[in-house]
Design a protein around this ligand. Structure first.
Ligand code: MTE
Length: 315
């Protein structure tokens, strides 16, 4: 599987020639793939090979967003609140060494080094739609594997009902940790059955390469049927709990951001409608807003997780 399968050919070739240039300069010689130091310039990161996913719904046919847009229009509040801030500021993030501590209500708690996580299960490419709560969306070819693979390894206890994901909060390398925007560290949560759903991804890369720092390097969560803020970046801890964990956005504004946060065009945000979205890269003379789909278009795959639930109440 190659990025060429999903990236417009001209863009791909341009990037490959940059990569060849980097290889020729000897940059790739010493380190294994996936562990290369990251460059601030998109398109020159280490390749991360992956096979195409066979998980139902994992390969959206929508045209992928340009890498240039996906890596420069970001929300990563640890590096600032402007969309351009993460690409500008995230170079200070230190992604090696990196480890993710997995604990709480599990039989086998463990701290996984990044190298071990990269080898835990075969890498897959997943082309997911990402719908931000702010009303824009992108289509991103991620590289990773189902979070369920990691969950299996630690053997959750019968009492475990939820997972909490905690992002790094290092005031030395993340200039906005300490600002009053959010209660740091950034934390998110899922119900155990949501976390185990095969579409829930532990992502290490995008567009055939390791993640750029602004997109949550070296490892993040991606939950395609929920608003983007559920997909915590640069995670260092996963905790299994009996009670629903608190989340950063829910603590900041409980009436605006619930625990579930499933994409739902019929439940308005208190300050705006969620019925339509703007696909980044499609802007132009005409406002081509698209209709937002229930569960971001993943209803066939995930709808049964919420059977019988009042989604107005559990927003
Ligand atoms: N994770 C952390 N740690 N900090 C953040 O500010 N922003 C969230 C989510 N994960 C955020 C985060 C929001 S609001 C969105 S829309 C997505 O990341 C954006 O992911 P992307 O930049 O890769 O598109």
């Amino acid at each position: 599987m190659h990025a060429s399968d999903i990236t417009p050919r001209a863009v791909y070739e341009d990037r490959r020639s940059l990569l060849r240039g980097a290889a020729a300069a000897g940059l790739g010689a010493l380190m294994p793939a996936g562990l290369l130091a990251q460059s601030a310039r998109p398109g020159v990161l280490a390749a991360l090979e992956a096979r195409k996913s066979t998980v139902p719904g994992a390969l959206s046919v929508d045209k992928p967003t340009r890498y240039q847009d996906a890596s420069t229009y970001n929300n990563f509040y640890e590096f600032g609140t402007d969309k351009a801030d993460p690409a500008r500021n995230a170079h200070t993030l230190k992604t090696t060494p990196w480890a993710v501590e997995v604990g709480g209500l599990v039989k086998k708690p463990a701290t996984f080094g990044l190298e071990d996580l990269l080898k835990l299960s075969p890498m897959e490419e997943r082309v997911y739609r990402l719908r931000c709560v702010e009303g824009w969306s992108m289509v991103i070819p991620w590289v990773g594997y189902s979070l369920a693979e990691l969950i299996k390894r630690v053997e959750p206890l019968g009492s475990a009902k939820y997972l909490e994901f905690v992002s790094l909060a290092d005031p030395k390398t993340m200039p906005f940790v300490g600002s009053r925007t959010l209660d740091w560290p950034y934390a998110e949560g899922l119900r155990l059955d949501e976390a185990r759903h095969p579409l829930t991804l532990l992502a290490f890369g995008m567009y055939g390469e390791i993640l750029p720092k602004q997109n949550g390097a070296p490892v993040r969560i991606v939950v395609p049927w929920k608003y983007g803020f559920k997909s915590a970046k640069s995670i260092v801890k996963i905790r299994f709990t009996e009670n629903q964990p608190g989340t950063a956005w829910n603590k900041a504004a409980a009436n605006e951001y619930g625990f579930y946060s499933n994409v739902n065009p019929s439940v308005d945000h208190p300050r705006w409608s969620q019925a339509t979205e703007r696909r980044i890269g499609e802007d132009g003379l005409f406002d081509k807003r698209r209709k937002t789909l229930m569960f971001n278009g993943y209803e066939a795959e995930v709808g049964q997780l919420y059977a019988g639930m009042d989604l107005q109440k559990f927003y």
